[in-house]
Design a protein around this ligand. Structure first.
Ligand SMILES: Cc1cc2nc3c(=O)[nH]c(=O)nc-3n(C[C@H](O)[C@H](O)[C@H](O)COP(=O)(O)OP(=O)(O)OC[C@H]3O[C@@H](n4cnc5c(N)ncnc54)[C@H](O)[C@@H]3O)c2cc1C
Length: 396
């Protein structure tokens, strides 16, 4: 197998996982991350078995298990029905079924474990404060023009992987791909000490369906904290794509003054004093990720609405498939093409699933009656079966 020098633009979940998978296979990797320190938003992330499997195979299982929680179940609530309409047991079931756990974890803990592993890996150079500006290609060599702490610097390699997120410079500026746009959905995120939330929701993943809105919550930080995401169909007027929000704004946007939300949901929404509000962005996925020795990975390639909780999972899968493609191809360009052709059908199907979930989660009351009835009659208990094609994924 040829060993290559590769640049990964972006030190997020996808970029760092890719660096670790590539270094494991003997490649030399330079990660350029624009932030001067590696930090993630104060929020949680669900890692289903398709993603946790890759991280465990990279040797990160014990480090992650110190922070992760395995929820007892997924409980589904409907505001139309006024309470719970279905429950899928989780616990050890995903592990027994797919050989890897279903974890919920704070993003800072996940990124911390990835960054620590990258720092300890001799084949990885992590350059912080390094923003990719432009790229030029000559036969057999890619030059990345970046600014590092404000100073211009060039990096050369055999290939470039753009893992620079939904507003990717590599996708738009280098590949001429589509720009990110607001999807008409806004996410409000907050974390709380676990003692601040009612006992009955501390060990579960909770999913609340409402008209044009939904909530997701679960424990994080080894069960010491709790994470809530509240999503609403909205408009975006702020200049920045993520801004602080307060309790009053959440109460107004989610209509807490009206009697729509049952008491438990109102309590959950009313407890955090401070939230962060995110514009959910996406782009038309009909474009080529790869040109020669430049490709895309994670949100840069296939940003998704978070309604299947798979954006990070897909980035992690990408990382593993990309490094395997490099092992099996004659050169970087051929490997990147093979990687794209393997990944596109699956990522497209997952992005589509997330869009469909959005329609189901946000149904108006008339239609929601049929959804809630189906969930009550057994669909709720079998929900995990419908996710088997996602959770059961293995790199081949
Ligand atoms: C509300 C919400 C809930 C979610 N829940 C889940 C979930 O439960 N499970 C799940 O799997 N996914 C979830 N996701 C999706 C997940 O967060 C993303 O898919 C994931 O973070 C994508 O990782 P990434 O590495 O591709 O991109 P990012 O995390 O965006 O990382 C990109 C990195 O590139 C850097 N960068 C950008 N431009 C440059 C440049 N020019 N030069 C150098 N560096 C650059 C950025 O600073 C950043 O560090 C959720 C998303 C949202 C919004």
């Amino acid at each position: 197998m040829s060993r290559h020098a590769l640049i990964v633009a972006g030190g997020g979940i996808g970029g760092l996982t890719a660096a670790l998978a590539l270094a494991r296979d003997g490649h030399r990797v330079t990660v350029l991350e624009q932030a001067s320190e590696l930090a993630e938003v104060g929020a949680g992330i669900q890692l289903s078995p398709n993603a946790s499997r890759v991280l465990i195979d990279l040797g990160l299982g014990d480090a992650l298990a110190r922070f992760a929680v395995t929820p007892d179940d997924i409980r589904i609530f409907s505001t139309r029905a006024g309470g719970e309409v279905g429950r899928t047991p989780l616990g050890n079931i995903p592990f027994e079924r797919w050989g890897a756990p279903f974890w919920v974890i704070h993003r800072a803990d996940l990124l911390g474990v990835l960054a620590e592993a990258a720092r300890r890996t001799p084949g990885i150079e992590l350059v912080l404060g390094a923003r990719l500006r432009d790229v030029s290609a000559e036969p057999g060599e890619i030059s990345v023009h970046a600014t590092v702490d404000g100073e211009a610097r060039d990096f050369r390699a055999d290939g470039l992987i753009g893992a620079d997120g939904v507003r990717s410079r590599v996708r738009v500026g280098v590949r001429g791909g589509p720009p990110a746009r607001y999807t008409g959905r806004t996410a409000y995120r907050a974390t709380l000490p676990i003692d601040a939330v009612p006992e009955e929701v501390r060990r579960s993943t909770g999913l609340w369906f409402s008209t044009r809105a939904h909530l997701v919550h679960y424990p994080i930080r080894a069960g010491r904290e709790w994470n809530i995401v509240a999503i609403v169909e909205d408009a975006w007027h702020d200049e920045s794509w993520s801004v602080p929000a307060d309790r009053q704004e959440v109460a107004r946007v989610f209509g807490l003054a009206k009697d729509r939300w049952p008491p438990l949901a109102r309590k959950l929404l009313a407890t955090p004093a401070n939230w962060t509000k995110w514009a959910l962005c996406g782009f038309d996925g009909n474009f080529e990720w790869t040109s020669g020795a430049v490709t895309l990975l994670g949100d840069a390639a296939h940003a998704t609405l978070p309604f299947a909780a798979q954006g990070g999972g897909m980035a992690i899968e990408d990382a593993e498939v990309l490094s395997r493609a490099l092992a099996g191809a004659p050169n970087v360009a051929a490997a990147f093409r093979a990687y794209e052709s393997i990944r596109k059908p699956r990522t497209r199907a997952i992005v589509d699933r997330a869009v469909k979930n959005g329609r189901i989660y946000h149904m108006p009351d008339g239609l929601a009656f049929f959804r809630d009835t189906a969930l009550r009659l057994g669909l709720g208990a079998r929900l995990i079966d419908r996710m088997a094609w996602i959770y059961g994924w293995r790199p081949s």
